[in-house]
Ligand binder design. Structure first.
Ligand code: ADP
Length: 213
């Protein structure tokens, strides 16, 4: 099973992503976790990205592309699947994800979107802040992450919809109920293999992610 997860911060990507990965026996590749691990280990990449994470900004596309290319290549060696959580987050990344996946013969079968409202995700993230102490779980940074989601991430859902691989699930109920809705819906799409990008939408062209002609 090959799944992309696209949802606002606090929508439950991490929780649902881990459960989906366990259910299908595939790795859960959470870009935020991968980046935080680099920061914790003090690698050159970690030192470069720390400020972006702390401020709730997006890490530059080029760095993300290298990280994701390697993670996906490792995950799919031997024909395995993946749950890619947190990538893509803008039109350029959507196009890069498609190109990377095409080059290794592992395009996503499903782009899973979890729908939530902003007040609920802010409430969840502030509650988590007291437990996990992530540097980006303060209210101003949460608001910035949410604003970025609406501005540059949400628009890419249109592309997945046009490709016929968008699965949009209500992320507002408690985690178990969301899982109970997600797993059967993914099972139903397990046999699907869609590897055509479909018409390149205006938003990818406008963002300079692709050039046509
Ligand atoms: P959340 O979705 O709650 O913001 P994540 O753990 O997925 O949490 O991401 C945390 C941070 O990691 C983001 O705010 C951003 O700085 C960085 N990040 C993760 N994925 C990407 C990505 N695809 N592109 C750029 N930055 C990313």
């Amino acid at each position: 099973m090959r799944v992309l997860m696209i949802a606002p911060p606090g929508a439950g990507k991490g929780t649902q992503g881990a459960r989906i990965a366990a259910h299908f026996g595939v790795p859960h590749l959470a870009t935020g976790d991968l980046l935080r691990r680099h920061v914790a280990r003090g690698t050159p990449l970690g030192r470069t990205v720390q400020a972006y994470l702390d401020r709730g900004g997006l890490v530059p596309d080029r760095l993300m592309q290298d990280l994701v290319r390697k993670a996906l290549a490792d995950a799919t060696t031997g024909g395995g699947g993946y749950v890619l959580d947190g990538y893509p987050r803008n039109p350029a990344q959507a196009w890069a994800a498609y190109q990377i996946a095409t080059s290794i013969g592992a395009t996503a079968q499903v782009a899973l979107h979890l729908r939530t409202d902003d007040d609920e995700v802010v409430r969840r993230l502030l509650a988590r802040a007291g437990i996990e102490h992530r540097s980006d779980d303060t209210e101003p940074v949460i608001r910035r992450r949410l604003a970025l989601y609406h501005e540059v991430t949400e628009p890419i859902l249109t592309w997945y919809d046009r490709r016929g691989i968008l699965l949009s699930i209500d992320g507002m109920p408690d985690a178990d109920r969301v899982t109970a809705a997600v797993i059967p819906a993914l099972e139903a799409r397990r046999a699907c293999h869609v590897d055509r990008p479909g018409p390149v939408p205006e938003l990818l062209i406008a963002a300079g992610a692709v050039s046509c002609g």
